[in-house]
Design a protein around this ligand. Structure first.
Ligand code: ATP
Ligand SMILES: Nc1nc2c(ncn2[C@@H]2O[C@H](COP(=O)(O)O)[C@@H](O)[C@H]2O)c(=O)[nH]1
Length: 197
């Protein structure tokens, strides 16, 4: 795969990946492109098909997986999620830094490919704060919330293993976490901006 080095953002559901990523993309127009994943979960209010996700069915997604259309896929909280090869190629064709938002299973699978991204884990300051953020977001049923908290416990353990992530950012204060993320990517951002000027 070619173009600027991709960025994988991972970490528990509710840790703040989308919040940080959306801000990064808004502040750096024409630098980043989001790898739009496929999922079988239902859209949340405000989510757009083709922009936030490609919302699909289990059957259609399984067919794509069987046909080798995905670089990785995983089951998370009872739904399928996956990164298609096309999603990454779309971004790389524009010479943008491709950002992938995937769970820890996705991280492990991407490590088996030749994508060679920077791996960044976004972690919450504590389980209690994570639970509060997820509850306040009002996107989950009690059942899906509990599944996400269980997955979060596993994620928080695995992300501390040496060598899994290049950087772990604790998203306590949003401003500080955002500055840290920007700093980590500043050389890559500059390279893309220079190539475009
Ligand atoms: N530093 C922070 N302080 C307080 N609230 C935050 C902070 N960062 C994010 N939030 C809030 O926490 C909630 C979860 O954030 P977000 O949706 O970005 O998480 P996520 O990691 O992308 O979750 P998912 O993996 O489920 O998509 C949102 O309501 C967001 O506004
Ligand atoms: N392995 C993959 N994980 C993905 C992908 N797209 C998103 N995700 C992860 O799923 C959970 C839940 O997301 P949500 O939007 O339902 O809250 C979260 O951890 C994401 O990082 C993917 O393509 N592959």
């Amino acid at each position: 795969m070619s173009g600027p080095r991709p960025v994988v953002l991972s970490g528990p559901s509710g840790a703040g990946k989308s919040t940080l990523m959306k801000r990064l993309m808004k502040d750096h127009e024409d630098v980043f492109g989001f790898s739009v994943s496929h999922t079988t979960r239902n859209p949340r209010p405000g989510e757009e098909d083709g922009k936030d996700y490609h919302f699909t069915t289990k059957e259609a997604m399984q067919e794509g997986i069987d046909n080798g259309e995905y670089i990785e896929n995983a089951e998370f909280s009872g739904n399928l999620y996956g990164t298609s090869k096309a999603a990454i190629e779309d971004v790389q064709a524009k010479n943008l830094i491709c950002i992938l938002d995937v769970d820890i299973q996705g991280v492990k699978r991407i490590k088996e490919t030749d994508l060679n991204p920077i791996y960044i884990s976004i972690q919450p300051p504590s389980m209690e704060i994570l639970e509060k953020r997820l509850r306040d977001r009002q996107t989950e049923t009690e059942e899906s919330l509990q599944k996400r908290l269980e997955a979060a416990r596993i994620d928080m353990e695995l992300s501390n293993e040496p060598g899994v992530f290049d950087v772990v950012i604790i998203n306590d204060d949003l401003e500080r976490a955002y500055e840290e993320l920007k700093d980590i990517l500043s050389d890559d951002i500059q390279k893309v901006q220079e190539a475009k000027s």
